[in-house]
Ligand binder design. Structure first.
Ligand code: SF4
Ligand code: SF4
Length: 339
């Protein structure tokens, strides 16, 4: 655990958490000093990265830093609608992403680095190619977007696109590479989040310290454009709707979306249309998983391979009864400790 600002502890109390529960929080009054301690040479890269609290940004999983990978891939495809944080980082902090990738390669002993970018972002691809010239990093335009569970598909598509097999690749994100750069080069722990904000008066990507309230982030962008109907943390398909904007940015926050004119519908009963089954990219039965999760029958969820869910959100999006399938499945995964 790292304090995201330096100062004095003024309170320890319960606050709302963006995942819907309450959580014990430490309130710090800033002294504005914010000094970081650079790691010593005796600390290895792996130890520094872990001690500075760097986790995989979209999942909060511990970084895969096993040695023996031949390639490190950064997924920079902003895999969700209304999310543009990967692009913003590569436009504004290109060097920190590249150095972060090099450090990840060094940590796992990989000889090659790849950054995948949406193929339609021609200018960004050109700019990044210019930046990596003469380094063992390749910039590849990707025609699809890959969520965090689609690592194998990403590796396979890259292998066929590059015409070379990737024996063992580690997949991370540009946000994570930036955090690695800050940890190793600046000694700065993972204390801020880079997030895209859509639906405030100004649409922009911003940096916010962990613990900053959503209200403050939106206020810094000119506030609301009207009376908000819904505030969603992260993407509209897989994100979490908030009951208040007085919740803090956490390490898992990569986007905020404010919606004004959406109808808020209560979920209806399952009509057994199987649309959720048809769209599931990993051939699960989302309807059954959600049913068992709602009843707390998590062992049944395990039997129906809940762990294989990649949390793409397609099932929730397709469901005509507006059943929050993915959220129920996520709940089952968390209850089973496989989230
Ligand atoms: S979120 Fe739904 S559609 Fe996506 S993998 Fe999980 S069960 Fe399948
Ligand atoms: S899409 Fe919705 S209504 Fe249709 S089977 Fe799946 S859960 Fe039931």
């Amino acid at each position: 655990m790292h304090a995201s600002i330096s100062g004095t502890v003024s309170e320890i109390g319960t606050r709302s958490h963006p995942f819907g529960h309450s959580s014990l929080c430490v309130v710090i009054t800033s002294d504005g000093k914010d000094k970081w301690t650079k790691p010593t040479v005796t600390e290895g890269l792996q130890q520094t990265i872990l001690e500075k609290g760097v986790v995989e940004t979209y999942s909060l999983h511990r970084l895969d830093l096993d040695r023996g990978a031949d390639t490190v891939i950064l997924n920079g495809t902003d895999h969700r609608p209304y999310v543009f944080v990967d692009k913003a980082i590569m436009l504004e902090e290109r060097e920190s992403v590249i150095v972060g990738l090099k450090l990840l390669m060094e940590t796992v002993d990989a000889k090659k680095g790849i950054i995948g970018i949406n193929a339609s972002d021609i200018n960004l691809i050109e700019a990044m190619r210019h930046e990596v010239m003469g380094r063992d990093i390749e910039i590849v335009g990707l025609k699809k977007e890959y969520t965090r569970g689609m690592g194998r598909l990403l590796s396979r598509d890259l292998s066929s696109q590059l015409g070379t097999g990737l024996k063992r690749a580690i997949i991370s994100r540009v946000l994570t590479a930036r955090a690695v750069y800050q940890a190793v080069e600046l000694g700065r722990p993972f204390v801020d989040s880079y997030l895209s904000v859509y639906g405030a008066s100004e649409t922009a990507a911003v940096k916010a310290r962990i613990g900053t309230s959503f209200q403050e982030v939106i206020g810094a962008l000119g506030g609301y454009k009207g009376t908000p109907r819904r505030i969603v943390m992260n993407s509209p398909m897989t994100g979490v709707a908030q009951h208040t904007d007085e919740v803090p940015v956490i390490r898992a926050t990569y986007a905020l979306m404010v919606q004004y004119d959406v109808p808020i519908e209560d979920p209806g009963p399952c009509i057994r249309c199987a649309q959720c089954v048809d769209v599931c990219p990993v051939n699960l039965l989302p309807n059954m998983l959600a049913l068992y999760s709602r009843k707390g029958k998590f062992a049944e969820c395990r039997r129906y391979h809940v762990k294989a869910c990649i949390e793409c959100g397609y099932c929730s999006f397709a469901c005509p009864s507006k059943i929050p399938l993915m959220q129920l499945i996520r709940h089952a995964k968390e209850s089973l400790g496989v989230g």
